[in-house]
Design a protein around this ligand. Structure first.
Ligand SMILES: O=C[C@H](O)[C@H](O)COP(=O)(O)O
Ligand SMILES: C=C(OP(=O)(O)O)C(=O)O
Ligand SMILES: [Mn+2]
Length: 562
């Protein structure tokens, strides 16, 4: 059967190139997939990660290269997983696999598809896949993924191509990436005020960064798909009771009961539905007036007036106001500047889900993950001979890879070879999360080696995941100053090398939560229990996010002046 994902017509794509005022403008027409697929699945061994118990100090999250992570998981076991896959396919008689036979045939039948694309939905199955749930009911998994394979794509291939071009601008130093949102989205939070708040926060940050850098800001939400979590430990222990760790709403429930923590494949369908609802709201808001520049600026003025550190930001906010007045005086109708180009992305962790939503473009034969525009591989799953790198090597979306503090230049160069063999600007982003104390040591060599290789990747800072600590109260937290210090280190390194600090990737929310310590309104350690609402990692709250944007804006400016 022929696979098909409907696309934007090329004319429409051409019309949504950068406008004169690049913060804005987003026109998308999505289409219906005509995809009838039958895919069965193979069961997998449970994750053998023997990392620290949940709730212990997360300092080690500042992490190991996945080379040593292999050690943690057991290198032999990793190889064994691959063997187990192959073995299962060769012996489909086992009761548990009978209903879950391999066959990603649905995606491999496009006659004109190049081999790489045609097998995108299935080739990863020959490689060990880390951090996958131990689904107890493989028949249910097969039924769900077959349903997803027949469902419409959530994003269009042409939108992914557009983001690739935007990311190419980032790679060339002509734009900045701002990516942010929850660590773990929840189904309960889908389509609610929280999502609006996160979107509003990102739009506010984008205006500040756009003005300070005089560069377009490419906006990508960690949203409408960020429902699956890799964990340091497969189990969590509380008061002598040990249960499977929460792996995100896509897999199991947060509640600490055996029933909730049991992986449920039906949640993959719920993830798709929740993503669709969120995307719908994001598209409506970003095109329906919510992103009106005057309104976003008014929000920023409100923030500056209310912030404990507001005085420091006043000048920049005033300048933005004057720029808007200048535009109006020149005859630009700022009321028309009311839509924003916005993309969504998530960690492409659950390969059964991503494979089921992979679609091959009939026109080009290229395969796309249609679950989101930009997908990334996490620090724990980026091993070169693993299933995630294999899957990502075969999709045409813009993709990113997280790099922790122990990442070696050889690993990075090998990732470039696997994931960006054509050295195409915009294809590959490295998200550095080395930790504030390591970034200045680790990053320069990585950047130099990649440059010497002739690859034009985007370099982005994730100042969250290398800076997680545990407060005396037991809450996982991050210090605002440390987060800021990592971003500063990241920018400094790039300035010294003459390369482009391409942007930030941040866990944040528009809510006034108390999860990270510090910031202009000074959340204290003892405040953490007040509004600690995250389902996984601590996020910057609304004010802390804007603090970060204003302070980063200062840094970009002073670096530009130097
Ligand atoms: O978001 C990233 C990871 O999923 C998260 O940091 C893991 O947290 P853990 O170390 O508590 O498992
Ligand atoms: C899991 C994440 O980060 P990392 O892979 O960098 O630990 C994340 O961004 O949610
Ligand atoms: Mn996280």
């Amino acid at each position: 059967m022929r696979t098909n994902s409907e696309t934007l017509d090329p004319g429409a794509v051409a019309r949504i190139e950068w406008s004169a005022f690049p913060f804005l403008q987003f026109r998308v027409r999505t289409g219906k997939a005509a995809m009838k697929a039958a895919r069965k699945d193979s069961d997998r061994e449970p994750e053998g990660n023997t990392g620290k118990a949940a709730g212990s100090d997360t300092g080690s999250d500042t992490g190991s290269d996945t080379g040593s992570d292999t050690g943690r998981n057991g290198g032999a076991r990793g190889a064994g997983l691959g063997a187990a896959h192959a073995g299962r396919r060769a012996a489909p008689g086992a009761a548990s696999t009978a209903a879950a036979a391999p066959a990603a045939a649905a995606f491999t039948v496009h006659d004109a598809a190049p081999a790489a694309s045609a097998s995108a939905a299935s080739s990863w199955r020959a490689f060990p896949a880390r951090q996958q749930p131990d689904w107890p009911d493989v028949a249910a998994l097969g039924a769900v993924t077959r349903g997803l394979a027949a469902a419409p794509p959530l994003v269009a291939a042409a939108e992914c191509d557009l983001l690739r071009r935007r990311m190419a601008a980032v790679a060339r130093g002509e734009a900045i990436l701002l990516q942010g949102g929850d660590c773990a989205e929840t189904f309960a939070g889908t389509g609610t005020e929280s999502l609006r708040g996160t979107l509003r926060t990102l739009l506010q940050m984008a205006v500040v960064l756009t003005h300070a850098t005089a560069l377009p800001v490419v906006k990508v939400g960690r949203m409408a798909g960020q429902y699956a979590k890799p964990r340091s430990s497969p189990v969590e222990e509380r008061d002598g009771v040990t249960l499977p760790s929460y792996r995100g709403d896509a897999v199991n429930g947060l509640e600490f009961t055996a029933g909730a923590r049991r992986p449920d494949a039906g949640r993959l369908r719920a993830m798709y539905d929740a993503s669709a609802r969120s995307l719908n709201l994001v598209r409506a808001l970003t095109t329906g007036g919510f992103a009106d520049l005057r309104q976003v600026h008014a929000w920023n003025q409100g923030f500056v007036a209310a912030s404990g550190a507001g005085e420091r930001y006043e000048q920049l906010a005033d300048e933005i106001g004057r720029s808007l007045a200048f535009m109006r005086a020149c005859g630009v109708d700022t009321r028309e500047v009311a839509t924003a180009e916005f993309f969504v992305g998530h960690e492409g962790l659950l390969l059964d889900y991503e494979a089921a939503l992979t679609r091959v473009e009939p026109g080009t034969g290229r395969a796309y993950a249609t679950s989101g525009h930009l997908l990334w591989i996490g620090e724990r799953t980026r091993e070169l001979d693993g299933a995630h790198v294999e899957y990502f090597s075969r999709i045409a979306n813009p993709i990113a890879v997280k790099l922790g503090p122990t990442t070696t230049p050889d690993t990075v160069l090998a990732l470039v070879d696997r994931l960006d063999p054509d050295r195409e600007p915009g294809r590959l982003t490295f998200v550095v999360r080395a930790g504030a104390d390591r970034v200045r040591d680790v990053l320069p060599t990585l950047v130099e080696k990649v440059n010497a290789e002739g690859a034009q990747v985007c370099w982005v800072s994730d100042p969250m995941h290398g800076n997680t600590t545990t407060a005396p109260s037991g809450h996982k937290t991050r210090r605002f100053d440390t987060v800021l210090d990592e971003v500063r280190g990241f920018v400094e390194v790039h300035r010294e090398l003459g390369t482009h600090p391409g942007g930030i990737h941040v866990e944040l929310t528009g809510d006034d939560v108390t999860e990270c310590v510090g910031g202009g309104n000074a959340v204290l350690e003892e405040d953490l229990p007040d509004r600690y609402e995250t389902a996984c990692d601590p996020r910057l709250n609304h004010a802390q996010s804007l603090d970060l944007a204003f302070l980063l804006a200062e840094q970009y400016r002073s670096a530009a002046r130097a």
